[in-house]
Design a protein around this ligand. Structure first.
Ligand code: GLP
Length: 268
């Protein structure tokens, strides 16, 4: 794991945008894994700015989102499709027919939908770079604690903690979905690179569990310990429960020299 600690959330977003834009520029047909939630919104703002200011083009990029609520219309402002259009897709030159989310209506079989999503990812050549946030309970995507470390795209029941954490995003009269389709932990681990962003004090305990273990289904993000190319971008608050911060800062300086010489994605 490469752990990079920044002063604030703005720097986390800027650095994440740098990783994404370098990926897009380095591949003819890049495949990005995308996340929703509050954390990546500032990343998407940076990417839109790079598109407008530096002509960063998404024309050849294919995207796969981590998750989507079950049985929700794309037009519903609570859907992750709506979120992605609103925060990124509507503002860049991406071909929306190459942007995918793991949808599942009430009449569709979740297992079949999950298998179809997995094969779409394979068909696109696999995910080059997967963006991740982390839940306060250590979830990635909607892989809640006790999710199998070998899981694939499937339907999950959200925990009470996640429902409570996300209830801030719903108005009093809006129903909050309790089921979601999500990439599995094994799906996420298949990505060539994963880039996890965490900001704020509320994530500090989950971040500590993710990085210092144990590797456990009780903290799904701890599965990133066995990923070959996992990059973790933290602000000071999210890093605040980590021991050994001096080591991470020093290792980051050394990694930057290697990245400068060989490129950010030299492990491809
Ligand atoms: C959500 C999403 C995750 C996200 C996490 C944290 O429920 N399913 O993909 O990373 O919870 O969200 P936030 O960034 O809003 O804290």
């Amino acid at each position: 794991m490469q752990i990079i600690i920044f002063d604030d959330a703005q720097q986390v977003a800027e650095n994440a945008a740098h990783w994404v834009s370098e990926l897009i520029k380095s591949k003819d047909a890049p495949v990005l894994g995308l996340a929703t939630g509050s954390t990546p919104i500032s990343l998407y703002k940076q990417l839109v700015a790079k598109h407008q200011r530096d002509q960063l083009s998404f024309a050849n990029t294919t995207t796969f989102n981590l998750d989507e609520y079950q049985n929700i219309d794309a037009e519903n402002s609570q859907s992750y499709r709506y979120f992605m259009n609103d925060n990124l897709f509507d503002h860049v030159d991406i071909d929306k027919s190459k942007t995918y989310l793991p949808t599942c209506t009430q009449s569709e079989n979740p297992r079949e939908q999950g298998l179809a999503y997995e094969s779409k990812i394979k068909h696109a050549g696999g995910i080059d770079l997967q963006i991740l946030g982390i839940g306060a309970n250590g979830h990635i995507g909607f892989n809640e604690p006790t999710s199998s470390l070998a899981s694939r795209t499937r339907i999950k029941t959200l925990t009470q903690q996640t429902l409570t954490d996300n209830s801030r995003l719903f108005k009093a009269d809006e129903p909050q979905p309790t089921l979601a389709m999500t990439m599995g932990i094994a799906t996420i681990l298949d990505a060539r690179y994963v880039l996890l962003m965490a900001t704020g004090k509320g994530k500090a305990s989950a971040v500590k569990d993710m990085i210092t273990g144990p590797l456990s289904a009780m903290c799904p993000a701890s599965a990133l310990q066995i990923h070959e190319n996992a990059i973790v971008l933290l602000d000071k608050e999210a890093a605040s429960e980590l021991d050994d911060q001096a080591y991470y800062l020093w290792a980051d300086k050394e990694n930057r020299k290697v990245n400068q010489a060989f490129g950010l994605f030299h492990n491809f």
